[in-house]
Design a protein around this ligand. Structure first.
Ligand code: PLP
Length: 362
């Protein structure tokens, strides 16, 4: 027998890992700098490492208290009801919960192009169909007109702010307009995976005013916990009962919840992470010998097409990797002339600029 028809499904293409690249190139992983997956170059908070070590002997038990404690701490931070916090296995897990809570088979969702691949993947897993709104070059402007021009009554509309891979943001006003102009039964998901790095305001305030907006957050980026898989959605007050019906039991693990609790307390780690990213994105915009979009995230999108040709993203990424710096070819985002570079530490960022400028000059 075969699985169901998966021809419309596409495999997620993650940024390449250090071990994987080192093996391919036959070099020591320690000589490589990975700036391909928007991970935190400062690593996790030391408090989170300690919490995981302390938790390790107890992992034969299912996570219950830790889940409740973290939910309460997040609710406190956002000043909302704990029932509005839907903890999940990464932000991706929270996207799945939102799809489970909204989609009937055949419902359609509206996703950005270029954009984050998992929105469409998650919708398809939940028997939904996918339409796109196109961000137009060269600015990739994120505004209400762009989204509403392609809106046709979809059940869910995804907004990414800051946007991956462009780094742009939606203003709070434009999100409010989109929520107001779309149908009552359309949920607007504001993905703030990079929210900590942004200067633009969070859409949190809309949760008090509307029942059709949800916000996505993750511990994978500014909190440096990508490896434990922890994220959450903040949902409308009216949705409190739905979580117990859609969540995968214990998907947010004991280790993840304990690490998350510790990381949440470590403001200094987040501040350092955000400061470094803000410096690095400006530095790359100033110093790279190619057009770089303005970014409010911990990465920049670089147009390498003028220097190396319209579909040179793959070769630039490949050559840069050979020179020791792994960046993300954006072909899978539909941008074959671009690479995305994560903000590293100061030293890593300077190295990335040096290597990329050398590659761009070839
Ligand atoms: C990284 C990211 C997420 C969430 O990633 P998780 O590791 O699953 O938490 C969500 N949306 C966007 C746009 C991202 O870049």
């Amino acid at each position: 027998m075969q699985p169901r028809d998966l021809s419309a499904h596409v495999a997620y293409q993650a940024g390449r890992g250090i071990e994987e690249v080192a093996r391919d190139l036959g070099v020591d992983p320690a000589t490589l700098t990975k700036l391909a997956s928007n991970e935190n170059p400062h690593g996790p908070s030391p408090a989170a490492i300690e919490a995981i070590q302390e938790t390790a002997p107890g992992i034969s038990s299912y996570p219950k208290a830790a889940h409740a404690d973290l939910t309460a701490a997040i609710a406190d931070r956002w000043d909302c009801d704990p029932a509005q916090v839907w903890l999940a296995n990464g932000g991706d897990g929270a996207l799945d919960y939102l799809a489970r809570a909204t989609l009937e088979p055949g419902d359609t969702v509206l996703v950005p192009d270029p954009g984050f691949a998992y929105y469409g993947m998650s919708a398809r897993f939940h028997h939904g169909d996918v339409s796109t709104y196109g961000l137009s070059r060269p600015e990739f402007r994120l505004d209400a007109e762009t989204v509403l021009a392609d809106y046709d009554g979809e059940r869910v509309v995804y907004l990414t702010s800051p946007h991956n891979p462009t780094g742009g943001t939606f203003s709070l006003g434009s999100i409010e307009t989109i929520a107001a102009e779309t149908d009552e039964e359309t949920l607007v998901v504001v993905d703030e995976a990079y929210g900590e790095y942004a200067e633009t305001e969070s859409a949190r305030s809309l949760l008090d005013e509307r029942d059709d907006v949800a916000i996505l957050r993750t511990f994978s980026k500014a909190y440096g916990l990508a490896g434990v898989r922890l994220g959450y959605a903040l949902v409308p007050e009216e949705w409190s009962d739905a979580y117990a019906r859609v969540n995968t039991p214990f998907a947010a693990s004991e280790l993840a919840c304990r690490a998350g609790l510790a990381a949440l307390e470590d403001d200094e780690h987040v501040e350092t992470s955000v400061e470094t990213a803000r410096w690095a994105r400006e530095y790359m915009r100033d110093e790279l010998d190619a057009p770089v979009w303005e970014s409010e995230g911990n990465f920049v999108l670089v147009d390498v097409s003028e220097a190396r040709g319209p579909e040179s993203g793959a070769s630039v990424a490949d050559e840069s990797q050979r020179a020791g710096v792994i960046v993300r070819d954006c072909t899978s985002f539909g941008l074959p002339g671009c690479v995305r570079v994560t903000c590293g530490t100061e030293a890593e960022t300077r190295e990335a600029v040096e290597v990329l400028n050398e590659v761009l000059a070839r």
